[in-house]
Write a protein that binds this ligand. Structure first.
Ligand code: ADP
Ligand code: GLC
Length: 547
């Protein structure tokens, strides 16, 4: 029998105002479950165009029954984002609200969250929580922020979350996310908000399903069902057993080879979560299949094959309010599918000028917006740049990451002045401009669980050139020159020659049959890349778990 931990181990210190900011300005009853004691005022804080709902139109009927879901993950736009996980943690809850779900998002209160959001958080309470095997206890504060119908609860603890970045190194990150996983569940009990589903994301929330079925058994939150979503299997939270056992305080029996134990002496936080969760999802159908094979399985392919009965793939979407080229204030010349062909040229010239590229609307501009890591196929890109730059083509990179890629892109900018521009930085505004100004966007990944950049590109009328793997394969239909169908250009084997061939096929269409190219631009803008369909699939799974 699992060891039980009861509420008395989570010593409540209600309303001690240890890190108190503001008291809630207004009390508002929660939708169906009146569990949230006080909700602060709803404030719109970033310049994102709200969904336009014509006043006269009747609201679409909400699917019944209502479900409550707690999202637990390590990043969320606009508070903290390092990649697509941050986008999903922001956009999927919003889409689930339209599917009659009540969503609370639980995040660490990192110090690096911009001050303008920190100031808006409202103190919800605090308590002391046992964590480690020797019973060391830690402060857990709950700071709340309600925005666009989603409740964000930030777990506060300066000792764990005071670094400048969410992720540092495993020595720091393992204790941090042991603490976070347990504190998130304890916070749900503390707030008496018991969701139907606890939806965990990536390894940082991997211990949540394990805690729930061990130390939290017998507490109110244990009635919830758990789902864990794999956004990227490359990162798993692996460290030696004594360290993870100490920090998690989990009982010995979970460190067995079917749950947390990996190899002879390591524990794997993601592996444990996958074993204990009621349902596993990942972010595309193809990746769901790929990770059950040794190449993509990152050492967990056998574990995933064993659990394949509860594994599903649901492709990501994008937030089409945030990514709306017709209202995008970051663009010099916003556009819709009706005027994209002309306006794209204006956006292209403006960006060429801003970046010091040769200003010429007839150039074929290729963009690349990416973390600069091995996952993204950048060794292929690096090896073909000299063949790519032919006098008619320009190449714009935006990204940060491994020094060897940062350095090589800087080198190419210098070698091909006026034709290559390397923006070694993280810059949301520049990303919007590149999506709008480029003719094509390159995503030649080695593996790609889903990928959002190709979705954003299509929505902005920019043709994706992608490798047929994971979500790239599921979202980009290869162009068929005989039927004039498809959304982009693709290649299969991980070879630089095939990447170059795909780019050359794109260039050929662009320079010799522009009307077909333009038709594809419009077709891509019309493609549904929103969350609507996928949010419905998540909702169906929630209902499957809690009928
Ligand atoms: P991953 O999560 O593997 O990094 P995705 O394609 O799912 O890849 O998501 C990447 C997200 O991060 C997209 O929203 C993309 O626009 C954004 N992004 C990546 N690099 C940068 C950057 N340097 N500046 C701004 N946004 C970036
Ligand atoms: C990961 C993957 C990416 C996916 C994102 C959001 O970071 O690398 O392919 O789109 O998570 O699910």
């Amino acid at each position: 029998m699992p060891a039980k931990k009861t509420e008395n181990e989570v010593t409540e210190k209600k309303e001690t105002k240890k890190t108190a900011a503001k008291k809630p300005a207004a009390k508002k009853p929660a939708a169906k479950k009146p569990a949230v004691k006080a909700a602060p005022e709803v404030e719109q804080v970033v310049e994102i165009a709200p969904a336009e709902e014509p006043a006269q139109e009747a609201a679409p009927a909400m699917p019944e029954p209502r479900r409550s879901v707690a999202f637990i993950g390590s990043e969320c736009y606009p508070f903290v984002k390092t990649g697509g996980l941050g986008d999903v943690m922001y956009a999927l809850p919003k889409a689930l609200i339209k599917q009659n779900c009540d969503v609370k998002v639980i995040l660490p209160r990192y110090k690096c969250i911009p001050q303008k959001y920190q100031e808006k958080m409202v103190y919800r309470g605090s308590f002391m929580m046992d964590l480690c095997a020797d019973g060391r206890s830690f402060y857990v504060g709950i700071m709340e922020y309600v925005w666009d119908g989603v409740v964000y609860d930030f777990i506060d603890n300066e000792e764990f979350f005071s670094a400048g970045n969410p992720y540092i190194n495993l020595i720091d990150d393992i204790p941090k996310y042991c603490f976070f996983g347990k504190a998130a569940l304890a916070a749900l009990n503390y707030m008496n908000w018991i969701p139907d589903i606890i939806h965990c994301h990536d390894w940082q929330a991997g211990l949540v399903p394990v805690y729930l079925r061990t130390l939290f058994e017998g507490t109110p939150v244990a009635s919830a069902k758990t789902m864990i979503t794999i956004h990227n299997l490359r990162f798993q939270g692996i460290y030696n057993i004594p360290t993870i056992r100490y920090w998690s305080g989990l009982p010995d029996y979970v460190f067995n080879k079917d749950a947390l134990k990996q190899g002879y002496e390591d524990a794997n936080m993601f592996k444990g979560g996958l074993a204990y969760a009621n349902m596993i999802t990942t972010v595309s159908g193809t990746y769901a299949w790929e990770i059950q094979t040794p190449f993509f399985g990152e050492g967990l392919d056998a574990h995933l094959r064993y659990h394949s009965g509860k594994l599903r793939g649901i492709v990501n979407g994008i937030d089409v309010d945030m990514w709306d080229s017709s209202k995008d204030e970051r663009l010099p010349d916003p556009y819709s599918k009706d005027d994209v062909i002309e306006k794209k040229k204006a956006n292209k010239k403006a960006l060429q000028e801003e970046l010091g590229l040769e200003v010429d609307e007839s150039k074929f501009v290729i963009g690349l917006i990416s973390r600069l890591t091995d996952q993204k196929g950048l060794d292929l890109v690096n090896s073909i740049i000299p063949q790519l730059i032919d006098g008619n083509t320009q190449f714009i990179v935006l990204g940060t990451g491994d020094a060897r890629y940062e350095d090589s892109f800087r080198y190419y900018e210098n070698a091909y002045k006026g034709s290559v521009c390397s923006n070694i930085m993280y810059d949301e505004g520049r990303a919007h401009k590149i999506y709008a100004a480029s003719d094509a966007l390159l995503v030649p990944s080695l593996f790609e669980p889903c990928g959002l950049t190709q979705l954003i590109a299509m929505h902005y009328g920019t043709i994706p050139i992608v490798r047929e793997t994971g979500g790239l394969k599921d979202t980009v239909d290869p162009y068929n020159m005989f039927t004039n169908e498809g959304n982009g250009f693709t290649f299969d084997r991980y070879e630089n020659g095939l990447l170059l061939d795909a780019i050359n096929r794109a260039k050929t269409l662009y320079f010799t049959a522009r009307e077909y190219w333009d038709q594809m631009v419009i077709r891509d803008m019309e493609k549904d890349v929103s969350w609507d369909n996928s949010a419905k699939q998540y909702r169906d799974l929630y209902l499957e778990l809690k009928p």
